[in-house]
Ligand binder design. Structure first.
Ligand code: HEM
Length: 408
């Protein structure tokens, strides 16, 4: 029997996975479940990438970063916008990436993050103060979106009064000009990029001249094993740090509140005992799984399931696919706070495992604790149907709730 060529295998396994489809998250998960069953590693000819769908294949690929796989470009279609460099550190590999992690990991260690608790709680309460008396909240714009961005300013020691400006820039980067033309979005993005870079440059200059022991000062002044980081790389790193924590935390809070609005008994169960919240957050992280990494074969070949993929092939690894694999998570679409199963992959694995994992868990804990303390129960407003959108992060909007605030 003659061996099949790569093109023949691609044709045989063709399934044009759409990263940006309409429809709901559950519809996409149903499609992934069918693929996992029938063709666990499929090929999207339209996008030019492979799609892995099992926990075992996705975890094995992520663990092999720098050993057969690299992360650049960390986007399934491989298209890097004109003039765009590798994002720092998420698209760096090898030694330079290791140096960035050596700088960043201690700054977001469990002990460092624990010191941020009061600041994070103040941010959560400041936002809740803004809507609690009305008995209503549009969760994403009034809480889930501004919360991680404002926490970022607070822990980096940047002026909190700039939160609105910063959130506007991020909104333009992520969503463009709502209802605007492509040209208007492009112009708005160029303006936001110039303004945010100038803003960050002023902070960098200040921390060079007046170093403290805050995270920004350490990053600006410590450099990479003594080598200074250029102004442009510092700006890229700060933007990535802000964005990495924003879309993800926002998505987990938004999706969780939308779910809990129709499952009030589970909202109660999260606070039934002091130990109930941590496993509930892990289950919500598994169930919401917002991030979708891509890896690229960077050796002569790399094994993925039964395939030997040659250098240059890209594999899309939706973490939601791994986290809903029934091999490890029985009845995977059900939110079950008593699950005793494998740890989820929502923070990825291997060299690029999330820098902000401890910060993210603390932000989620504080967000849920403070919301529960001040809003004991809530429901979706009449006629409200939250809208989900898929893409490189899965997210939700239009989560409008109503409630009776806890009396003082
Ligand atoms: C629920 C919240 C979060 C989730 C689900 C999440 C998820 C992830 C995932 C899956 C990756 C790896 C992507 C890949 O393998 O290509 C990652 C990387 C990263 N995350 Fe998070 N993240 C969260 C919050 C945060 C926060 C709050 C920060 C702020 C410090 C942060 C900073 C980073 C950075 C800097 C990286 C790049 C790490 C590297 O390339 O070495 N993340 N995150």
């Amino acid at each position: 029997m003659t061996e099949k060529t790569l093109d023949e295998v691609k044709a045989e396994r063709r399934h044009d996975y759409d990263v940006y489809p309409g429809g709901t998250i559950q519809q996409k998960l149903d499609e992934i479940a069918e693929l996992r069953e029938k063709c666990p590693v499929s090929f999207s000819e339209k996008g030019g990438f492979w799609v892995a769908t099992t926990y075992d294949d996705i975890s094995s690929i992520l663990r092999r970063n720098n050993r057969g796989f690299v992360s650049f470009p960390n986007i399934p279609d491989g298209k890097v916008a004109f003039g765009q460099k590798q994002q720092i550190p998420i698209e760096l590999d090898g030694d330079v990436h290791r140096k960035y992690r050596k700088l960043l990991d201690p700054l977001f260690s469990p002990a460092r993050v624990q010191e941020m608790e009061k600041q994070i709680r103040d941010v959560a309460n400041g936002l809740i103060d803004g809507f609690v008396a009305t008995g209503k909240c549009d969760v994403v714009p009034q809480f889930a979106f501004p919360f991680p961005g404002t926490v970022f300013l607070s822990i980096m020691g940047w002026p909190l009064e700039d939160a609105e400006r910063m959130n506007d820039w991020v909104n333009i980067f992520l969503h463009g000009v709502p209802g605007g033309t492509e040209e208007e979005t492009m112009q708005a993005r160029i303006k936001a990029s110039e303004e945010s870079r100038a803003y960050i440059q002023a902070i960098v200059d200040d921390r060079r001249a007046n170093p403290g022991d805050d995270i920004t000062s350490v990053i600006v002044n410590q450099g990479l094993e003594g080598e200074p980081i250029s102004d442009s790389d510092l700006s890229d790193l700060f933007v990535l740090l802000l964005m990495a924590g924003l879309d993800t935390v926002q998505s987990v809070i938004g999706q969780s509140i939308a779910y809990l609005a129709t499952h009030p008994e589970q909202w109660e169960a999260m606070f039934a005992t002091p130990d109930a919240l941590a496993p509930a957050i892990e289950e919500l992280l598994r169930w919401t799984s917002p991030a979708m990494p891509t890896r690229n074969v960077a050796a002569a070949s790399a094994q993925v399931a039964d395939l030997e993929l040659p250098e240059g092939e890209r594999v899309f690894c939706p973490l939601a696919a791994a986290n809903r694999d029934p091999k490890y998570y029985p009845d995977p679409d059900t939110v079950d706070f008593t699950r005793e199963s494998k740890p989820h992959l929502s923070f990825s694995l291997g060299a690029h495992r999330c820098v902000g994992v401890h910060l993210a868990r603390l932000e989620l804990r504080i967000a849920f604790e403070e919301l529960h303390r001040r809003i004991p129960s809530f429901r979706l407003q009449e006629g409200c149907t939250p809208k989900e959108h898929l893409g490189l992060t899965w997210a939700i909007e239009d989560v409008r709730i109503e409630f009776e605030p806890r009396s003082a």
